[in-house]
Design a protein around this ligand. Structure first.
Ligand code: AVI
Length: 324
């Protein structure tokens, strides 16, 4: 962390800039099977649309996760204990963490990490006003980057990483293991990870969760092209791409695509990128795990599953992992 990364607003800004955005988009569109990185969904409109997804009847994740948190919060708070430094990856609007903070005995501090700069700043400001005694240090970064984190003024008993919402599912299994390994080394001895992990279930349920009737998920998916147009001066014609989401049981993941409705080309930087009719751009994978599958990945990364709470139907889990 360099001093120049700390803005006047107290933000540690390590988020990807314009150059990296362009490079990653070009890289993905040059591939034989085209793809775009899902982390770029979350500009201002994308973050707003994701919040709307979280309110949809079909998108069961936030509802079930909240019910598991409510049912077991005492036990979670006891496991975490007093004076913990809480680090949240993909903190978004920082709403979920409030429930945890309300039940933790005297947390030492909170570091929200998110790629969406505007939302992060706003959320951290709000949080600091609700918890005036809590040290809050927002960090704008891609959570796969292993950036150094700010130091707290107050010593912490243990580091606990909070990673709710099954965002781990948006990483392929190798990246998920690498990320967990990074988290394990960040937490160190005695540290822990409280993580939401979505579970394998009836594909019909998954299909409607990613193909909602109102078309909010479709708008969220297409917004990525709009963002690329605006920020990278590209010329995607949104009406010629269609949202397509499907559960792939062999791979155990929901795949989101944008499918070209005709032969067409877009211009980006100095390149022309062609699409044939029916060609897809993969924009996101959302892996679903069995409890034992996730336990194995966690073990390979140096974590032991201390507790795994689920709902009655075993659609979702919240897990407390400790470093080994
Ligand atoms: C953020 N992440 C866990 C969501 C998911 O379910 O994979 C993103 C999302 N994509 C479409 N709907 C929600």
């Amino acid at each position: 962390m360099k001093a120049k990364d700390i803005g006047r607003n107290g933000l540690f800004d390590l988020g990807p800039g314009h150059e990296r955005f362009l490079a990653e988009v070009l890289d993905g569109l040059r591939k034989n099977s085209k793809e775009l990185p899902s982390k770029y969904f979350y500009d201002e409109r994308g973050s707003y649309l994701f919040e709307r997804i979280c309110e949809l009847e079909e998108y069961y994740i936030p509802r079930i996760e909240a019910s598991i948190m409510q049912a077991h919060i005492r036990e979670m708070a006891e496991l975490i204990g007093p004076d913990a430094l809480l680090i949240e990856y993909g903190s978004g609007n920082c709403k979920k963490v409030r429930f945890l903070l309300d039940h933790l005995p005297d947390p030492a501090g909170y570091i929200p990490i998110d790629i969406s700069r505007e939302q992060l700043l706003q959320a951290a400001k709000e949080l600091a006003s609700v918890y005036p005694k809590l040290e809050v240090h927002p960090v704008c970064a891609d959570y796969l980057s292993s950036a150094d984190l700010p130091k707290l003024n107050r010593p912490a008993q243990r580091i606990v990483v909070y990673f709710p919402g099954s965002t781990i599912g948006n990483l392929d299994t190798v990246s998920a293991r690498d990320f967990l390994e990074h988290v394990a080394s960040l937490c160190g001895r005695g540290g822990a990870l409280l993580i939401g992990v979505d579970l394998k279930k009836d594909p019909v349920v998954l299909h409607s969760a990613y193909n909602d009737k109102e078309g909010v998920t479709a708008a969220f998916n297409l917004n990525l092209l709009q963002r690329i147009n605006r920020e990278l001066d590209c010329d995607f014609q949104l009406e010629w791409f269609q949202h397509y989401a499907i559960y792939n049981p062999q791979e155990g993941r929901v795949e989101m695509h944008l499918v070209s409705q005709k032969d067409q080309a877009v211009h980006l930087d100095t390149e022309t990128i062609s699409f044939v009719r029916g060609e897809s751009v993969c924009t996101e994978s959302s892996y679903k795990y069995r409890l034992d599958e996730f336990e194995q990945i966690a073990a390979a990364a140096g974590f032991k599953v201390e507790r795994a709470w689920t709902d009655m139907r075993q659609w979702f889990s919240v897990q407390y992992l400790v470093t080994r």
